[in-house]
Design a protein around this ligand. Structure first.
Ligand code: TTP
Ligand code: MG
Length: 372
């Protein structure tokens, strides 16, 4: 099925929240970060709003540099930047509310950082339908939070991320098409003129290395074969070859897929009594299912077990079911199957005693109720 992925990124996030919450700051250049101490401060800028960016101030810059640039602007008769320490708990709360707005519209969401999220809009079937969803999310954020977001949309996370950065603030950039061939052409035409720095993962060092070879745009990058890039940059070079062509299959990782529910038990004495171990494992599985039943999740697809030997050597094994399951029998059966080899010579040639066993269910799915 055709994928349609969007990436949302809030505009000047921390600074925009400050500007919204403190009416006296409206329209002024704002810098959130370390204390500038009249130019002697040693920390860095967290972020700056767009007014302050006009002075050349940006994230991760030494706060002392930001101070000098603000002073330079003041000397030209422009308003100096307002420096703020920042209220991170507050930014976290706003972030959660924004994620909640997104989750009411889209089921598959990956909150990638405090101010950005990937959304799987494939369910909307067409780019037009997906555009309407993005517009309504932007509008809801504007109405409820009085903040602006920029969204990029494309056939994968890579293109969506680069597109969300293309027009900021308050942008909506669509690089894709319902027709697969046209889509590929649009992606290529979008990426080729961009500087290579736009590819996530290319930092100042890689940029400088390529600059020496006369490479500045993504088009220049496509001159290299996969082997050449691999020789220059190792494994990362191989994936860069694909990225330069707008190819990216990385999945949307939902929060609940990262979570797991597990139990483990350190035996009072190290043991190789297989009946005892099976009995304890069965009990741990019961406890895991009990936790699952009272959690907000309903099913799991992954099972993993841990075995720690008396000498502390620790092994894990995992299994993924094709379909979600939720019953105790399935868990016990699979957990036993994974542990058994450690009780005999298949995985325990030296017949070591076992100190600890753990069992865990992962890839949890189908939430019972909306979160928060
Ligand atoms: P970004 O999305 O990178 O920046 P931004 O939202 O401020 O601006 P833009 O409009 O370009 O998206 O980061 C989100 C927040 O994360 C940012 O507001 C502050 C914080 N942050 C840091 O604290 N340090 C950093 O180096 C960066 C890049 C961000
Ligand atoms: Mg942002």
């Amino acid at each position: 099925m055709k994928r349609i992925i969007a990436h949302l990124d809030m505009d000047a996030f921390f600074a925009a929240i400050e500007e919204r919450d403190k009416p006296r700051l409206k329209g002024l250049p704002i810098v959130v970060g370390a204390d500038p101490e009249e130019g002697k401060g040693r920390g860095v800028v967290s972020t700056a709003n767009y007014k302050a960016r006009e002075y050349g101030i940006h994230s991760a810059m030494p706060i002392s540099t930001a101070w000098r640039r603000s002073e330079a602007a003041r000397q030209k008769g422009r308003p100096p930047a307002v420096f703020l320490g920042g209220n991170f708990a507050r930014y976290g709360e706003v972030s959660e509310r924004i994620m909640a707005i997104i989750r009411t519209c889209v089921a598959r969401v990956e909150a990638a950082s405090v101010d950005e999220a990937y959304m799987d809009l494939s369910f909307s079937d067409s780019y037009e339908g997906a555009r309407a969803i993005c517009e309504s999310i932007k509008q809801e954020i504007r109405e409820k939070e009085k903040l602006t977001a920029s969204i990029g949309m494309g056939p994968n996370k890579l293109v969506a991320k680069i597109a969300s950065d293309f027009k900021k603030p308050d942008g909506l950039t669509i690089v894709g098409h319902d027709d697969e061939k046209t889509c590929a052409e649009l992606v290529e035409a979008f990426l080729e003129p961009l500087p290579i720095r736009k590819i996530p993962g290319i930092g100042p060092k890689t940029e400088a290395m390529f600059s020496e070879k006369g490479v500045s745009t993504i088009r220049d990058l496509t001159r290299f074969s996969q082997t050449e890039l691999g020789e220059m940059l190792g494994k990362w070079g191989l994936s860069l070859y694909r990225k330069a062509r707008g190819v990216d299959e990385s999945p949307i990782v939902q929060e609940y897929e990262r979570k797991s529910i597990g139990e483990q038990e350190t035996f009072r004495e190290d043991t190789k009594d297989s009946n005892f171990i099976q009995e304890r494992l069965a009990a741990m599985c019961e406890s895991v299912i009990a936790h699952l039943t009272t959690s907000e999740w309903k099913s799991f697809r992954g099972v993993s077990i841990t075995v720690r030997f008396a000498d502390f050597e620790t092994k894990t094994r995992a299994h993924t079911f094709r379909d979600p399951v939720s019953d105790l029998g399935a868990l016990q059966f699979e957990a036993m199957r994974l542990v058994m080899p450690f009780l005999d010579k298949r995985e325990n040639l030296k017949k070591k005693k076992i100190r600890l066993i753990g069992v865990r269910v992962e890839k949890l799915g189908e939430m019972r109720r909306a979160r928060r």
